[in-house]
Design a protein around this ligand. Sequence first.
Ligand SMILES: [Cu+2]
Length: 163
Amino acid sequence: MGSRMGLIGWLVIVVAILQLRGATAETVYTVGDSLGWAVPPNTSYYSTWATTNLQTFLLGDSLEFNWTGTHIVAEVSKADYDNCTKVSSGSASPFKFTPPTVGSYYIICTVDDHCERGQKFSFTVNGSSAEPPTSAASSLTLSALFAVMSTTFIYLFLGLSLN
Ligand SMILES: [Cu+2]
């Protein structure tokens, strides 16, 4: 009987760990969807895309830029974003960008007049369930509590049904 109890306990712990991992999954957003990173058909294309798709961008999530031809991904200040400043920068497709901190980010292409034609967008990174560490700790605590309560319930249930 003891070995069966041990097995159930282990199963509950494994389930709790899987739940914890699921809660901290990271998302990779493909910029521009099927258009990729290109000169858009209208100047509001990428700002609309960002507003629609990046509302819940969390720390740990990433942007993936895919393109053909000549483009650049440059992360710039708000002033450079507004003015389409040609900062020196470079990258090759595909390019993955993972924002290092929470806050606002401004992305432009610095090739020719691409930025002026709408190849630019801004977005905000919010805190994730894994950051700050206190959040992860409380998530772990909840999972541990769940494991203990489930195990206790199973022990009580089996104990009662045996009597
Ligand atoms: Cu470009």
